[in-house]
Design a protein around this ligand. Structure first.
Ligand code: AMP
Ligand code: GLY
Length: 422
């Protein structure tokens, strides 16, 4: 039996742990969460506490470590584990710069001819302000470093762009992440998430997915970590997928190898399909959340060879099969999210919700209390359902979501609207 340690604490990690457990692995998670603790051993080690994570992997004598979130990847956890001969799924620190620095990733795309919005990089706040004042068109302002989804402002006018520059660059609202700023053209079109798993040379393409980042129905309100996802999205037909692979994925992986940091792990490209042309919004060097909930419930066969093959540099024997034709995930969030939110609200109905056919409930922000669960995060649960069609998956996910109650529960009613009937 393989012993695998999953690093991280969200619904994404719950979905990975669920998959690996079903596939027959002995799974540990650090720090994990209350839902993960139901099916695996959890260890109270923060994801970004690299020393203690390495010591834990050594003590457990694991066959493989899978790193979920970006922070430990950017800090070099995989390098540390590899140096000790411990197989680790995820990119090296050098390769994780594709997510860790937006300026680096934009320059990389330009060097390798990968389609993306035109951009300028600034380290001087006044120069950035002068640029957006002179531009006379809508622009997007991005903090260079990791900012947990808070570092991007799609500005409607120059004032809004200038405000973002002041907040990120001068007031340093996001700390050093705003020391360098990227200002780029605004793209318009549907957004999709495309994941591949690479062993440094070869890659396995996973099914396309679509996330819903805004808090309210109709894609209104502030951005969140993701309020729901589904797979497959209809806007990625065979032709668009071919373009994504040939124009984005393959040159990216070739570029990483050519620049001396072959990419191993999950590469998740956020794309906008602009008049049928895939254009890169950002690279993520890890699995998406909530996309992973959809991908892991759709995956057919064992996923262990996928993770192990990538970590060990040989994916040649891995086949992708999709058991479920469709999957859809609805996130249940706390009142007030993505702003401040209360904690400790009692969650009712989880067992009845799990009885809906095809449904798996992944925990994101819950803790145990009095024999049940209470809320402890902004995103609380990721209610995921598979189906023969997306409509069936949606009907099941919403039937289960409606059986779960906690005070102030927020959810979007329109996950998958671009793919569903009427
Ligand atoms: P990022 O973290 O770079 O993916 O940006 C977060 C979100 O901001 C994306 O999911 C898009 O919805 C939006 N966004 C980023 N860059 C652009 C762009 N150039 N044009 C329009 N929207 C963008
Ligand atoms: N679902 C978007 C992300 O994980 O960044």
């Amino acid at each position: 039996m393989k012993r695998i340690l999953v690093v991280g604490s969200g619904a994404r990690e719950h979905a990975l742990v669920w998959r690996l457990t079903r596939d027959g692995a002995e799974v540990h998670a650090a720090p994990g969460n209350a839902g993960i603790a139901e099916i695996a051993a959890v260890h109270a080690v923060a994801a970004d506490d690299l020393d203690t994570q390495v010591a834990l992997a050594q003590r457990l004598k694991v066959d493989l470590v899978i790193v979920g979130p970006e922070a430990p990847l950017v800090a070099g956890l995989v390098d540390r584990l590899s140096a000790l001969g411990i197989a680790a799924f995820g990119p090296s620190k050098a390769a994780a710069r594709l997510e860790g620095s937006k300026a680096f990733s934009k320059d990389f795309m330009v060097r390798h001819g990968i389609p993306t919005a035109g951009h300028h990089t600034f380290t001087d706040v006044d120069e950035a302000l002068a640029f957006v004042r002179a531009a006379r068109r809508p622009l997007v302002v991005k903090a260079d470093g990791l900012a947990a989804g808070k570092g991007v402002v799609v500005a409607k006018d120059a004032d809004e762009a200038a405000d973002a520059i002041e907040r990120f660059g001068r007031a340093r609202e996001l700390g050093d992440a705003g020391a360098t700023l990227v200002v780029e053209e605004t793209l318009v079109g549907p957004e999709v998430s495309y994941h591949v798993v690479s062993d440094g040379t070869r890659y396995v393409a996973l099914a396309p997915a679509q996330d819903h980042k805004r808090i309210f129905d109709g894609d209104r309100g502030p951005n969140t970590g993701g309020m729901g996802a589904y797979s497959p999205p209809p806007m990625v037909d065979a032709e668009v997928e071919r373009k994504i692979r040939e124009r984005v994925i393959e040159p990216t992986l070739r570029g990483c190898a050519a620049e001396g940091f072959p990419f191993r792990g999950a590469l998740f490209v956020g794309l906008m399909i602009v008049d049928g042309e895939p254009t890169v919004l950002e690279y993520n060097t890890r699995f998406g959340d909530p996309e992973t909930e959809c991908l892991m419930t759709r995956w057919g066969g064992s996923a262990i060879p996928l993770f192990e093959g990538a970590a060990k540099g040989d994916l040649s024997a891995v086949q992708t099969t999709w058991d479920a034709p469709a999957s859809l995930c609805v996130v249940l969030a706390s009142e007030g999210y993505p702003g401040a939110y209360p904690k400790g609200r009692r969650i009712e109905g989880l067992d009845r919700a799990a009885e809906v056919a095809g449904v798996v409930i992944f925990h994101a922000g819950t803790t145990r209390a009095d024999g049940g669960f209470v809320t402890s995060g902004g995103r609380v649960l990721a209610v995921t359902a598979t189906g023969v069609t997306l409509d069936e998956a949606a009907d099941r996910a919403y039937a289960a979501a409606d059986r779960i109650q906690f005070e102030g529960k927020q959810l979007r009613r329109d996950i998958g609207w671009q793919a569903r009937r009427g």
